[in-house]
Ligand binder design. Structure first.
Ligand SMILES: Nc1nc2c(ncn2[C@@H]2O[C@H](COP(=O)(O)OP(=O)(O)OP(=O)(O)O)[C@@H](O)[C@H]2O)c(=O)[nH]1
Ligand SMILES: [Mg+2]
Length: 374
């Protein structure tokens, strides 16, 4: 049973990974402004600092670093304000070349970074931003390393932002985002503004790569929940449809692939790898202790309360109700995995406690379903 489950989950996990694809973000700005620091703060991995990556087109100074659902495009060896023609030439070539490729291969969003305390912004930078816009890339302008105190941004950064706004640049929102990406141990300045940059990026990214962005980012747990709710809604609809079809065998079994898809997708959205996801899914749905039971009897059997009401055929509202409860309970488990707050025992996941957590979350949502069945 565990093996069947693990294999099915792994297959579905891979499929969902392919479907989620990748979001590709191009990051520009002068050297040392904090591009890599910003990327790392939002995506949590040492993506931009690694220095590995491949030229995005032959002989190009534009490099693509790929990590799962995220691609970051960075310039190396060229500088804005000095080598603009070269960068723009390479970028134009890349954008054109990439346009005919699948969505996950295209460039989706550009961030242009300026250090907030640099009191100047060059015309060459403005030309560069306008060029990005002409190439069809949505542009976010980010002011980096902006000190903040008593809810006020540093006046010099405010002044720079005002000047930038007056340039009427083709940027999202018409104004820059104020950010501080990494705590400064000396001043104690905490990071801020990252969620705003992320949400704006989500807003301008093509719909087809939004899930990839949600999966890759590490700063906005709520965005992971809301995107998970979409996966749950799709599963609920599919479950109702499956239960509504009169078939000669248990409708409950029909729900298994639907729920596996849902669980795999939600795990991806929380950035959990296959090993961790499969382990948590097994712990949650108790399949590990139910060896010998036929797979066809469905995951529902392993959900407390559900087994008793699922004799065989189930109606559409029960099917959707249980799928909803499972999806929401699984989201709670994934949220806690993402935040690192799942119960552990001797440094490992406490599977008994995790099962109890999942079951409690399902039970909370079950009374309504039981009543509908009566
Ligand atoms: N405390 C703090 N330091 C920062 C922040 N942003 C950048 N820095 C520091 O500024 C320096 C340059 O940051 P990077 O992120 O490497 O800058 P970059 O734009 O990627 O630079 P290049 O890759 O050379 O183009 C590093 O020492 C960072 O630690 C920040 O938000 N807070
Ligand atoms: Mg860098």
């Amino acid at each position: 049973m565990t093996q069947w489950f693990t294999e099915s989950f792994a297959a579905e996990f891979e499929k969902q990974g392919d479907q989620i694809g990748r979001v590709n973000i191009a990051v520009f700005g002068k050297t040392g402004v904090g591009k890599s620091t910003l990327v790392n703060a939002i995506f949590g991995e040492q993506v931009a600092a690694t220095g590995i990556g491949t030229p995005i087109t032959q002989g190009s100074h534009l490099y693509l670093d790929r990590r799962g659902t995220l691609g970051v495009i960075d310039t190396r060896g060229l500088e804005i304000g000095r080598d603009d023609d070269e960068i723009i030439k390479e970028l134009t070539k890349a954008v054109k070349e990439y346009r005919s490729r699948p969505l996950a291969e295209q460039l989706h969003v550009a961030w242009y970074c300026v250090r907030g305390m640099d009191r100047r912004f060059e015309d060459a930078e403005e030309r560069f931003i306008r060029k990005l816009d002409e190439l069809g890339l949505p542009v976010l302008l980010v002011l980096t390393q902006v000190p903040m105190r008593d809810d006020r941004f540093h006046p010099d950064a405010v002044e720079l932002a005002r000047q930038l706004e007056a340039r009427n640049l083709p940027i999202y929102g018409g104004r820059p985002f104020m950010t501080y990406a990494m705590r400064d141990p000396f001043s104690g300045q905490p990071p801020y503004g990252l969620i705003d940059v992320l949400r704006a990026t989500f807003h301008v990214a093509p719909e087809g790569v939004q899930a990839a962005l949600v999966a890759a980012q590490q700063v906005d747990a709520d965005l992971k929940t809301s995107q998970s709710n979409k996966a749950i809604a799709a599963a609920v609809t599919a479950a109702a449809a499956a239960a509504a079809v009169p078939i000669p065998f248990s409708s409950a079994a029909m729900l298994v692939p639907i729920q596996l898809t849902m669980m795999a997708r939600i795990a991806h959205l929380h950035g959990l790898g296959l090993d961790k996801s499969a382990l948590l899914a097994i712990a949650s749905t108790s399949v590990a202790t139910s060896a010998g039971r036929a797979a066809a009897s469905g995951l529902l059997k392993f959900v407390p309360g559900a087994g008793s009401i699922v004799g065989g055929a189930i109606n559409a509202s029960v099917a959707s109700g249980i799928t909803l409860a499972m999806g929401q309970a699984w989201t709670v488990v994934c949220q806690r995995a993402f935040k690192g707050t799942l119960p552990t025992l001797d440094g490992k996941f406490d599977t008994t406690a995790i099962r109890k957590l999942f079951e409690d979350e399902v039970s909370k949502r079950m009374p309504r379903i039981r009543r509908q069945q009566d």
